[in-house]
Design a protein around this ligand. Sequence first.
Ligand code: HEM
Length: 417
Amino acid sequence: VSSSSDTFELLDPQVLADPYAVYDALRDRSPVYEMPDIGFFVVTRYDGVLRALRDREAFAIDVGEPDLPGFLRTPEARLVLEERDIELASPLRTDPSRRDALRTLVDGSIADHERDAEPHVRAIVRDLLRGLDGRDTCDFVSELCGPLPMMVMADRLGLPLEDLPMLDHAAQAWVRLICYGMSPEHELEVATRRRELRHYLAEQLEERRRSPRGDLLSDLAGLAACGAPSDGDAWRLAIVEELLVGGNDATTDALASGMLLLLRDPRLLDQLRADASRIGAFVDETLRLESPVAGVLRRTTRDTELLGEKIPKDRLVHLRMAAANRDPRVFEDPHRLDLERPNAGAHLAFGGGSHRCVGESLARLQLRVLFEEVVARWRGFELAVPERELCYLPSFTQRGLRELPLRLRPRQSTDQG
Ligand code: HEM
């Protein structure tokens, strides 16, 4: 494969809003593409992305970022996060010596608490939908798919529901911490909220240690240290925080993208109504077509080679799952939503290899249940604005609709669940 001299404007806001034609061109002409502006290599072909995801020796997840307090420019804000007990990076991502053992334990705890999750998730979804009864319009993002993932995760962990507003507030700060360009006041606010979240979670963890309640948090409180240098709680807190907050935006974005796909095609809605067992395939096609985590970053640990291209040591490589998931070499007629696609589940929206998403089945459950409920209960809903007015977040990695205004006609169903 020889690299082309073409340039591809991946950071152009118009391309970010609709990147798929550029992905097609990149895959064919320069599947391992060095971005001139920021020097990343971007990988767009399915086989290349999968190979790098599976080769964590050559493509390390530790991208050598400075620790997060260093990310903040304001000394006061840094100070807030430099408390001794605040370990910001989750050991699931950063500590190769013990991460696999920890990951196995965390996977086991999550699986235990997923077995009875469905009725809880359904009750939360029905509550949110009921909150819209009698309304003519809503914003599907801020009123439904925004709140849902945090409510589900708080419920699974065993956190009190009355704490949700505070958790939500803090979670937004968590996410914003990884944005550059905040004002000093904003940085201080974000750091303070993040510290509050840590302190709150530390108290909850301590309480579970004193009197375990059989919830996921009690399991995590008892998690073995797996060779942690100290048996303090900082690393446990980093894991709890990542579980509580880390997957929320991706789940929200997937839910919103699924809804938009449904709004675009009334025949699809009819098909799902006629046979709700196809909602699983619909969820996979949503994740494939509109991968919420568009790509993940890796660092080369040595001079290496991918799809015939040489990549030097210590370079950042962006594995673009959103492009791989529309690779015609793997998915026939890749831009079409196809409920009969035989390999729909082969998409890479949850990553691959040893860092594959911990929350995959919980995310899938939320997607399936929300669409089951919407398909069964809602009648005659439609987009309240022309589709061209919808905006995506201006992000290189996150594929998320800012809002999705809907017009809701009166429901014909009398079933109130
Ligand atoms: C549709 C929703 C979701 C998508 C598309 C998604 C996507 C991903 C991807 C692509 C990765 C791999 C990152 C990498 O290789 O660098 C990942 C990892 C992870 N996800 Fe998710 N995620 C979702 C929901 C969730 C949820 C609900 C949770 C919380 C329970 C969660 C927790 C995590 C954690 C803790 C990791 C790190 C795993 C590790 O490094 O071992 N995710 N996710």
